[in-house]
Structure formats: structure tokens, C-alpha cells
Write a protein that binds this ligand. Structure first.
Ligand code: C5P
Length: 276
């Protein structure tokens, strides 16, 4: 038996850094959604786990024991032959490695393994619990506390200026670690435009530190802001992928085509959030 599992990109629509734990991990308050752009895991049971990677970003994926998908198969205690189709740029702030590991855990469960709890999945990375659910959520703590959020479908363009950013370096470069959280009670958003207006009042507190490491992020944010129909721009996660939000998918597609034509080297995709 073989299963195919989609590993959607994770977008941090907001990311507030509100503190730091004694072990160095940061406390976050982040609104997370998943989109119809992602990697794909194909898995089948095997005597011992193997891992193979194809796709446009295969070269950036480690295939040794540090590989998160292999570690996920071990955590599930379910050896599998794993094939990863790597379509998301690695180390880019949209959860690629975590999404792949979470998809591997879902694949193992579909093949018969006892599902791994979000708590155990957290040992693979702070984004694992949210990536395991693939549902829009407000994520707090270091990533372990999730509250479901209902939101309208959002349409966006993702731009990665083709520079890898190491997450620990971005956190280490923060000037402040005690920023304000989002409001305790989030508003009800009747439609995408209302949500975009509200999102404009929030932040990604990692942007400044990430720009310090990868100045190309400034160019990506500026190009997105100038794209026709863009209503709000922000960086996702620790970068370097940035996004703009649009009123509808048509406008996002048009902007993505223009950004691709002007910046052929960049990774540009139009996307929509996955409905719950
Ligand atoms: O958990 P994950 O391996 O994805 O995190 C990568 C690095 O990002 C951590 O080693 C840590 O330096 C930083 N991090 C953090 N606080 C978080 C998540 C990640 O400081 N909540």
C-alpha cells in the first residue's frame, strides 16, 4: 500500500515575539494558516526506513539522519520508504521541513501506525504541532499551544528572493523579545477584506532581524507592495519568504505573473488558504 500526503506551506499571517523561556526558546503569538502550495510525501511500509527526494528544491534537503521526515518515521515507530517531492524552498519561513515531517507522521498513521501526539511531535520542532493539524490556528507558547481560528479564505502571493535564512540566527538578532501579543480576543472577520484590514494592524516581529541577515527581504517586500492589487505585505516565519494579500485569486494570479516576469530568479507563487 502507498499513500500520498500533501504537505502544505505554513504562513504566519502575524508573528509576535512576546518573551523568551529560560531554555532560550521564544514565546510567540502567531496566527497561522496553510495554503494550496506545498511539498508531497509518498510513503509505503518497508522493513527499514529509506528516504529519497525529487523536485526543484531537492538539492537543499539533507538525506542523512538529520532529515526531519526520517526522524518523523522513527518517532512514529513505523518504518517506511519515503519519497519527498520538494517544491517549497528550504529554510524559507513557510515551514517546509516541519510540513514534511508532519506529512510523514500523517502518512504513518494512514498506513496503520498509532498516531503521534502533538506533544511528542513537538520534539521534532516548534512548528510541528500546527503543521500536524494543517488548520488555521492561533499558536502561542513556543508553538505547542494551539487554538483553532475560523477565518475567511485568503488569497496571496508568496515571494522568496532565493536566499536561505537560518532561524536561530534571526531569533539571536532580535533587538526586543518582549513585544505586545495580539489582542486576547480576536475579532470576527466577515470577509477577506475585513481580515486583511485587521492583519495590517499586526506584525511579524522577526522582520527587522531577518532583514539584517538577508537584505534581499527588503526588495521582496517592496516588490510585493508595488504589485497591482496588493493590500498588505509581510514576511512569514523567520523569512525570507514574504507574502502579499489580495481581494481574490484572480488578482493574486495577475500579480504573481507580473512579479515572475520582473524577477525571474525569485520563487513566486499565487496561493489560497485551505478551507477548514
Ligand atoms: O523548533 P525548531 O527546530 O523549528 O526551531 C529552530 C530554532 O529556532 C531553535 O533552535 C531556536 O533557536 C529558534 N526558535 C526559538 N523559539 C521558537 C521557535 C524556534 O527561539 N518558538
Amino acid at each position: 500500500m502507498t499513500v500520498k500526503v500533501f504537505a502544505p506551506a505554513k504562513i504566519n499571517l502575524t508573528l509576535h515575539v512576546t518573551g523568551q523561556r529560560e531554555d532560550g526558546y521564544h514565546l510567540l503569538d502567531s496566527l497561522v494558516a496553510f495554503v494550496d502550495v506545498g511539498d508531497q510525501i509518498t510513503a509505503s511500509p518497508a522493513a527499514a526506513s529509506t528516504f529519497e527526494v525529487t523536485g526543484p528544491f531537492a538539492a537543499g534537503v539533507p538525506t542523512d539522519e538529520t532529515n526531519l521526515a526520517l526522524r518523523a518515521a522513527r518517532l512514529a515507530e513505523w518504518p517506511m520508504e519515503i519519497l519527498l517531492d520538494k517544491r517549497l524552498p528550504p529554510a524559507s519561513g513557510i515551514g517546509g521541513g516541519s510540513a514534511d515531517a508532519a506529512a510523514t507522521l500523517r502518512a504513518a498513521a494512514r498506513l496503520g501506525a498509532t498516531p503521534v501526539s502533538a506533544e511528542r511531535a513537538l520534539t521534532l520542532g516548534a512548528d510541528l504541532p500546527v503543521c500536524l493539524s494543517t488548520r488555521p490556528a492561533r499558536m502561542t507558547g513556543v508553538g505547542e499551544r494551539l487554538r483553532p481560528v475560523s477565518m475567511p479564505v485568503l488569497h496571496l502571493v508568496l515571494v522568496n528572493p532565493r536566499v536561505e535564512v537560518a532561524t536561530p540566527a534571526v531569533f539571536a538578532g532580535l533587538e526586543r523579545r518582549d513585544n505586545t501579543p495580539m489582542p486576547e480576543i480576536l475579532p470576527d472577520w466577515p470577509d477577506a477584506l475585513a481580515m486583511i484590514d485587521w492583519l495590517s494592524t499586526q506584525r511579524n516581529d522577526l522582520e527587522g532581524a531577518a532583514v539584517g541577515i538577508a537584505p534581499e527581504i527588503t526588495a521582496a517586500l517592496a516588490a510585493l507592495a508595488q504589485a497591482p492589487g496588493a493590500r498588505m505585505v509581510r514576511m512569514s516565519g523567520s523569512g525570507a519568504t514574504c507574502f502579499a494579500l489580495f481581494e481574490d485569486r484572480y488578482r493574486a494570479d495577475v500579480a504573481a505573473a507580473q512579479l515572475t516576469a520582473r524577477n525571474p530568479w525569485w520563487w513566486v507563487r499565487s496561493a489560497s488558504t485551505l478551507p477548514v
